[in-house]
Design a protein around this ligand. Structure first.
Ligand code: FAD
Length: 405
């Protein structure tokens, strides 16, 4: 049968191979990844794994035996260098040329570097893969001082894990609030206050200008206002850049990510792309965007696997994501892009509440803290677009089931 080649053996690439088999595709599958380990899950790298609560095995997407059992030719430690769309081949750094009938690009994203003097000092790091996580973990522990540059999810999760391990943590953020790109203001305030109560320090509204070091090792982070935050390690968590160079060089449509449709198909009908590397349609919100979430990678893995296997492609899902910090489980669904009002249900002081983003009487997004029913019902209502009563939604004594009824 047709030969499917998947470039990128991460969460999405590994899942696409598994879905192809699940959907009955019987042709050869080659899964090529530049990392040295089989596909694994990244979320725990800043959470349970970093805290020492999860072992390496629990990170793995599938057991090692899964790939041979399902006739998936997993080739690790091999980097794809070039796609030839006319010959339908992928050139690897090993010198091998692999022919494909259908190609899936699942190359993910990489940590955005901070172009500041001293950024290559030992102890200045980012957190994207298992090796990065090993490095970070080795530099945490009682009395160690971690400077976190960037108050996004990864930065805050790392700060929470550092505190759990007895390290000090200072979060430095150029915006006036943490989670500025990804959460609403009340949620930012809540998370900052929660972290402060756990001993995390914040430097907001200030840029990093340089890293200071001694004997090649980072000793501090220099701020634009002239101060230096002393540290033993500095984690740069300022976003990710899509690994779309292969696609760009092959002439595929790209715009900060490989442009795909709702079958995860690129501008070449024989090439699909999924996960963090894509810019995808968001029909519910009338826009295209790049998402960085497991749910998105899995959804697109299903889309391209179904397309290739000749199965119907499921309708688009509501985007969702989560973050674990201390004893807080944050769950988010939808996008707050066109909402005109926010409504808080529950009590932030009790660390159990949800923030709903409404457009008229329709829920467009929900941010739920330790509130799974609000998240679940919210996600369903986002999908259905069914109008709700705001008075009932705001009243926690009325169950979400009743609100949704
Ligand atoms: P990846 O999983 O990054 O896999 C891409 C793979 O392709 C990598 O192994 C890369 O090395 C390889 N590759 C790249 N270029 C080539 C090439 N040329 N040749 C061969 N191989 C190549 N998401 C959530 O939903 N919830 C969370 O709580 C959450 N927490 C996270 C915490 C951390 C620390 C990180 C880093 C991410 C987190 N994410 C979370 C995001 C989530 O992990 C990603 O959205 C998901 O991994 C995307 O899957 P992917 O397959 O697109 O990319």
């Amino acid at each position: 049968g047709a030969h499917v080649v998947i470039v990128g053996a991460g969460h999405g690439g590994g899942s696409a191979a598994a879905f192809l088999r699940q959907y009955g595709f019987e042709g050869p599958i080659t899964l090529i990844g530049e990392e040295v380990i089989a596909p694994y899950q990244r979320p725990p790298l800043s959470k349970a794994w970093l805290k020492g609560e999860a072992d390496a095995d629990s990170l793995m997407l599938k057991p090692e035996s899964f790939y041979p059992e399902h006739k998936i030719d997993l080739r690790l430690h091999q980097k794809a260098l070039k796609i030839d769309r006319f010959a339908k081949t992928v050139a690897l750094n090993s010198g091998q040329i692999v022919h494909y009938d259908k190609l899936i690009l699942a190359t993910g994203a990489r940590a955005r570097p901070l172009p500041a003097p001293g950024a290559n000092l030992y102890g200045v790091m980012s957190l994207r893969n298992a090796m990065d996580a090993e490095m970070l973990k080795a530099s945490l522990g009682k009395g160690k001082r971690l400077a976190v540059i960037g108050g996004g999810y990864i930065g805050l999760e790392a700060a929470a894990s550092a505190r759990y391990l007895g390290a000090e943590a200072t979060v430095i953020e150029v915006m006036p609030r943490v989670l500025a790109r990804v959460a609403c203001e009340p949620l930012s305030q809540f998370f900052q206050a929660y972290h402060e109560a756990k001993g995390v320090k914040f430097e907001l509204n200030v840029a990093v200008t340089a890293f200071e070091g001694e004997n090649g090792r980072v000793t501090g982070v220099k701020l634009a206002d002239g101060r230096t935050i002393p540290c033993d390690a500095a984690l740069v968590g300022i976003g990710a850049i899509p690994n779309d160079e292969l696609a760009q060089e092959a002439g595929l449509d790209c715009a900060d990510g490989v442009v795909v449709d709702l079958n995860a198909c690129t501008s070449d009908p024989d090439i699909y792309a999924l996960g963090d590397v894509t810019r995808r349609p968001m029909p519910l919100y009338g826009r295209e965007m790049r998402l960085e979430s497991v749910a998105n990678a899995l959804e697109q893995a299903k889309q391209c696997a179904a397309s290739i296997a000749g199965k119907p492609v499921a309708p688009p899902e509501v985007t969702w994501n989560w973050s674990d910090q201390y004893d807080l489980k944050l769950q988010l669904a939808g996008l707050a892009v066109d909402a005109d009002e926010i409504l808080v249900r529950g009590d932030p002081a009790a660390a159990r509440f949800a923030i709903f983003h409404l457009k008229g009487d329709v829920i467009r997004a929900v941010e739920a803290v330790n509130a799974p029913p609000e998240f679940m019902a919210g996600k369903m209502l986002i999908a259905s677009g069914k109008p709700i009563s705001r008075e009932r939604l705001a009243d926690p004594s009325i169950s979400m089931k009743e609100v949704a009824a």
